[in-house]
Each structure stands twice: as structure tokens, then as C-alpha cells.
Design a protein around this ligand. Structure first.
Ligand SMILES: Nc1ncnc2c1ncn2[C@@H]1O[C@H](COP(=O)(O)OP(=O)(O)OP(=O)(O)O)[C@@H](O)[C@H]1O
Ligand SMILES: [Mg+2]
Length: 452
């Protein structure tokens, strides 16, 4: 192991004890009790991680962080803060610290943190290398990745699979988040162990907690026997936390602890259970915005977002449409005992132009409907659902439009409303439901856009 860690701490005893601990773990360790001297060291030597105190004479940890990052953005800085001063930790994270640890330092936690940071570093540099390579080294059967955006997604998924790093998959509804989560699992050394999914949107706060961690008999009314949680079911494998943006703050704290300490407690028990589970989380929400609004814990967000995989919407990768047609037509025709060889050129044209607000899932449903309706060996325009071929003017407008961001957003919103109204057979209550907004809100939008 030839990783170098620089420890900056003005208290001599602390400095020696931390440096001693890290040396024993096999790292090359540099010490400095003065931030200015630390800067000099970082200038002269290759350093992977700087572990710095927050309050020091001459320069605060945050100032040191800024100077280090300016010198070499690749250096990862972990800040040590006094217990309870979360603001300073948050400030440090905003300025680019990779992590923070509170004093008194828990050496086990420090060890895990350093390990994670180095693991992530290796991944990041591998990813950079990967972007330069065009060859597809990992093939995931049954996942269409004709577009460069999607093949990049698979590349990252393939690379990250072998590690234990936490993965955060983001993307609109139906883009294939769960599919990629499974791909990560089955390409990982954990493939023979369980892949367990938990959908956080479907469960109340109380149920979610016992679903995740299990509970002891009698821990709440109705808990008539001990029950294992998903963490225990997934032991040795992968836990897929779906809709992670829906997790209430109180449970975010608990999950954060599991990520940090690799152990948890069942509801109604104080016994700590060790866990070896790889976490893959997914969301269609903007977690960074939620952090800003105080709806998602910043520290939890950073723990989840060790490796980020963003799946672009289907309308941004239209090269995938033709191979998706092939895949789904073949599969669904076989399931329905039909012989269908493809789609007409005109129908293909419609499929290419439609905006696909529901992404690949919507696409699959459309193929499904068309296969059922199809009377020949080829799917024609008339076999496609109305919304796909009637919406042309709106869709083209959205797809091809140039203009300001706000104009595009409005155009997109309009096309979504039209699509929802079609889907709902013009029943406004139903359309509002599909869009996830209130009926009054929908009526307001219709009026605003002069739609009838
Ligand atoms: N690239 C792809 N190739 C083949 N099939 C795909 C691809 N992407 C998605 N699918 C299929 O589309 C459907 C939706 O995918 P999935 O359930 O993974 O989406 P999701 O992002 O989790 O959606 P949601 O946000 O609604 O939960 C699944 O049947 C999946 O197999
Ligand atoms: Mg999903």
C-alpha cells in the first residue's frame, strides 16, 4: 500500500496518536503541526489525503483546504471538527472537503473513512481513463446501450461493481434505475448473495424503519414476533434502496449510521448487529436541491453519492430507440405468440420523435399495446397509441426548440400536459393524477397556456 496521508494537527499528543495509528495500518504518513508547513509539504510531495484539524493557529482548516485545493484539486481533504460544530463541517464540505470526522476521533471510523476515500479515488481515476477508451469491456445482456450516454452508464456500472462503494443512481421515472442497480449487483462478487430491494415511497416512516432494520417481538403493537429486516435478508449481498429521496429525516440519520459504522439495531433492541451489505440507492428527485431546502441530510447525501450514475432520459439518447424496438418487439411478440418482424418506417419515425416522458417503461408499454393491436407482421402507425402519433407538432416543438431554458421548460410542461390528457381520455382529474399535481393546479396551467 503506497498511499500517503498528511496529518495536520496543532496538538502534539493527538497528532502523534493519529499518525501512529495510520502508520500501523500501512500508510505512508507525514505529520505537521503548522498549516503553513503542511502547505509546503503538499507542494513538494505526492499526497493522497490530508487529514486536517479545524481550529489551528495561523490558518483554519477551511483556509488550508482552500489553499490545498487550489494547488492540487486531486488532494482529498478530511476535516476533523470538535463534537457538535456541525456548521464548520458543513462549511468544509461545501468548499470541497471529501468528508469530516468529529472529535474525539473514533479510530475505527477513521480507518473506514480513509479506506472509502482511497477506494473512491481509484474509481475516479479509473473512470477518467475509461472515458478515453471506446471499447465496451463489460457487456450487460439485455440492456440496450447504443447511445454513448448509455454505454458510459454501463461502463461505470461495470467498473464500480467489483468494489463495495455506495452507488447513487439518478434519473427520471422509467429510465432503468432498478435495471442498472441489478446489473451492478450481478456483475459484482456478491452476485451469488441476495439482491434485496426496498421501496421507500411505499412505506410509512414507522414501517420503513422496521422493514429496513427488523424488530423484536413486542417492540410495538402488532409486533407479535421477531422479524428480520431487509439489511439482514440482504447480508453479504446488495440492498437496493429505491426512492431514497422519500426517506424521512429521522431514518436518514439511522441509515447514515449504518453506512458509517456498518452496524444497526433492530427496532426495540439495543443490541448492535454487524452488517456486510452493499448499498445501491436510486431516486428521481433532485437530492442536492432537497439538501438546500433542508429536506435531505447533507452528510447522508455525501455518504450515498460516493459513485454517482446518472441515467439520461430517453429523449436525450434517441440512438437507443431502434435497438429498444428490436428488443421489445421480439420479446413481446414471442410472449403473445405472434410473428412480428418490425415496425414500418412511418411508425418508427413517430417513435423517434415522441418525447417519452415515461422513458423506457412507457416505451415498453407502447410496444406492448402495439403488438397486441398489430394485425400484420409489421407494426404500423395506426397500431401505436394516439398520443404517440397525434402529438407531433407539440413534440417536435419540444424536441427541436432552441431558446432560453425557461422557454424549453414551458414547452416541455405543455407537451407533458397534452400527453397526460390523451392518456387520461381528456378526464382532467385523471390527467392531474398522472402528472402528480392537483386538479386546480392543472386547470390553472391549462388556462395559463391557453389550452382547451
Ligand atoms: N437500457 C435498457 N435496455 C433494456 N430495457 C430497459 C432499459 N432501460 C430500462 N429498461 C426497462 O424499462 C423498464 C423500466 O426500468 P426500471 O424499472 O429499471 O426503471 P426505473 O428508473 O427504476 O423507474 P422508476 O423511477 O419508475 O422506478 C424495465 O422493464 C426495464 O427492464
Ligand atoms: Mg424503479
Amino acid at each position: 500500500m503506497d498511499h500517503t496521508i498528511l496529518v495536520v494537527e496543532d496538538e502534539k499528543v493527538q497528532l502523534d496518536s493519529i499518525a501512529g495509528f495510520l502508520t500501523k495500518l500501512g500508510y505512508r504518513v507525514l505529520k505537521s503541526s503548522l498549516p503553513v508547513a503542511a502547505l509546503d509539504m503538499a507542494r513538494d510531495q505526492a499526497i493522497d489525503i490530508v487529514l486536517s484539524d479545524f481550529k489551528m493557529p495561523g490558518m483554519t482548516g477551511v483556509e488550508l483546504l482552500g489553499a490545498l485545493k487550489q494547488m492540487n484539486p486531486e488532494i482529498d481533504v478530511i476535516i476533523m471538527t470538535a463534537y457538535g460544530s456541525v456548521e464548520s463541517a458543513t462549511e468544509a464540505m461545501k468548499l470541497g472537503a471529501i468528508d469530516y470526522i468529529t472529535k474525539p476521533i473514533d479510530l475505527h471510523q477513521l480507518k473506514v473513512m480513509i479506506h472509502h476515500t482511497l477506494e473512491r479515488k481509484v474509481l475516479v481515476s479509473e473512470n477518467q481513463l475509461l472515458r478515453q477508451q471506446l471499447s465496451e469491456r463489460f457487456s450487460f445482456d439485455g440492456i440496450v446501450s447504443q447511445s454513448s450516454a448509455m454505454s458510459q452508464v454501463l461502463n461505470i456500472a461495470g467498473r464500480v461493481a467489483s468494489s463495495n462503494a455506495t452507488v447513487l443512481i439518478t434519473g427520471e421515472t422509467g429510465t432503468g434505475k432498478e435495471l442498472i442497480a441489478q446489473a451492478v449487483h450481478f456483475a459484482s462478487p456478491r452476485r451469488d448473495k441476495p439482491f434485496v430491494a426496498v421501496n421507500c415511497a411505499a412505506l410509512s416512516e414507522h414501517l420503513l424503519e422496521s422493514e429496513l432494520f427488523g424488530h423484536e417481538k413486542g417492540s410495538f403493537t402488532g409486533a407479535d414476533r421477531q422479524r428480520k429486516g431487509r439489511f439482514e435478508t440482504a447480508e453479504g449481498g446488495t440492498l437496493f434502496i429505491d426512492e431514497v429521496g422519500e426517506i424521512p429525516l429521522s431514518i436518514q440519520v439511522k441509515l447514515l449510521r449504518v453506512l458509517q459504522e456498518k452496524s444497526f439495531e433492530r427496532v426495540g433492541s439495543s443490541l448492535s448487529v454487524a452488517t456486510n451489505v452493499r448499498i445501491v440507492a436510486a431516486t428521481n428527485r433532485d437530492l442536492e436541491a432537497m439538501v438546500r431546502d433542508g429536506k435531505f441530510r447533507e452528510d447522508f447525501y455525501y455518504r450515498l453519492n460516493v459513485v454517482a450514475i446518472r441515467i439520461p432520459p430517453l429523449r436525450e439518447r434517441r440512438e437507443d430507440i431502434a435497438p429498444l424496438v428490436d428488443l421489445f418487439v421480439q420479446r413481446i411478440a414471442a410472449e403473445n405468440g405472434k410473428r412480428i418482424t418490425g415496425v414500418s418506417r412511418e411508425a418508427m419515425d413517430k417513435l423517434m420523435k415522441y418525447a417519452w416522458p415515461g422513458n423506457v417503461r412507457e416505451f415498453e408499454n407502447v410496444v406492448q399495446q402495439s403488438v397486441v393491436l398489430c394485425r400484420n407482421e409489421i407494426i404500423i402507425t395506426e397500431d401505436l397509441p394516439l398520443r404517440v402519433h397525434e402529438l407531433h407538432s407539440e413534440q417536435e416543438f419540444f424536441v427541436t426548440m432552441t431558446g432560453t431554458f425557461l422557454e424549453k421548460v414551458k414547452a416541455y410542461e405543455k407537451s407533458l400536459i397534452v400527453a397526460a390528457l390523451h392518456e387520461a381520455g381528456n378526464v382532467q382529474t385523471r390527467a392531474a393524477e398522472l402528472l402528480g399535481i392537483g386538479e386546480r393546479h392543472l386547470r390553472y396551467k391549462l388556462k395559463k397556456y391557453g389550452m382547451k
